[in-house]
Design a protein around this ligand. Structure first.
Ligand SMILES: [Zn+2]
Length: 279
């Protein structure tokens, strides 16, 4: 499943290739995605519009479209779901199986949205209504923003008995901290994943916050290095691969102290930790 760093990598790639370009048309081949695709609306709103910028909120790509006559500024919102990919096809290439939406772009290029499992989405939201859209209004802070700080977590976690790992993975507080990143960040910060969030000190929140930002930024940097694949003939987006210190290493030795890494299921998710390094 694409995580935040991968979506950010895709955003950067699209920013380079799509900003300032004209969308000439749209071909919806399958409407049954996570939310039904509104074909008529896309046909009415997209053709003839210029892409102003490429943004991202959580794992949503926000393609900002310039206002155009009576058509007000809007966002083409794309979510990759579990298995979605968005990429420029090669000229004359037959669309691959599971290509659900094709955008024609100036210069005779085609941007393909492909999603075998169909948990993704393609939608259009007027810019003025984005903040109140229910998909965005309850989202927590962006992990790489200044708003995401030790104080922010400390204040919101007081008196909570919820395990700190579950607290970190709750998208209403902070977006984009998935299972792997939460496990890794708590290991690097030396905090046991089951510790009550309300009992994590400001100092520990400082370490956790710094590590969350570092791990995500590193994943984005690594995604960036494989960005060339983005335009490759197979049309797949670049993947990132970071060194995993605890995740998936249950039963193996801790890289720091040699203790055996444990695996536990917390809220249905595999959680890995070192019993000695994490208290
Ligand atoms: Zn250890």
């Amino acid at each position: 499943m694409p995580e935040l760093p991968e979506v950010e990598t895709v955003r950067r790639g699209l920013q380079r290739l799509l900003k300032g370009e004209l969308i000439k048309g749209v071909d919806v081949r399958e409407t049954r995605l996570r939310y039904p695709v509104d074909t008529r609306r896309l046909r009415r709103e997209l053709p003839g519009r210029r892409v102003k910028s490429l943004g991202r909120r959580a794992k949503y790509l926000l393609i900002r479209l310039e206002e155009d006559g009576s058509r007000e500024e809007a966002f083409l919102v794309i979510h990759l779901g579990m298995s979605g990919r968005i990429y420029f096809s090669e000229p004359g290439e037959t669309p691959q199986l599971h290509t659900h939406v094709i955008f024609s772009i100036s210069g005779d290029r085609e941007l393909h949205f492909r999603d075998p499992r169909r948990f993704g989405m393609v939608d259009l939201v007027p810019a003025a209504l984005l903040d109140e859209d229910k998909r965005f209004s309850n989202l927590g802070v962006e992990p790489l923003s200044d708003e995401c700080s030790a104080e922010y977590f400390f204040e919101r976690s007081r008196k909570l008995r919820q395990p700190v790992k579950n607290f970190l993975m709750d998208g209403r507080r902070v977006v984009g901290v998935g299972n792997i990143y939460a496990s890794e960040a708590l290991f690097l910060a030396g905090v046991h994943p089951q510790r009550a969030a309300g009992r994590v000190s400001l100092k520990s929140w400082g370490r956790i916050t710094a590590v969350v930002k570092e791990v995500l930024a590193e994943a984005i940097r690594q995604g960036g290095t494989t960005l060339n694949d983005f335009q490759g003939p197979d049309g797949t987006a670049g993947y990132f691969q970071v060194l995993l210190r605890v995740y998936g290493r249950g039963g193996e030795e801790c890289l720091e102290c040699g203790s055996i890494i444990r695996r536990k299921v917390l809220s249905g998710r595999s959680t890995f930790y070192c019993p000695r390094c994490q208290r």
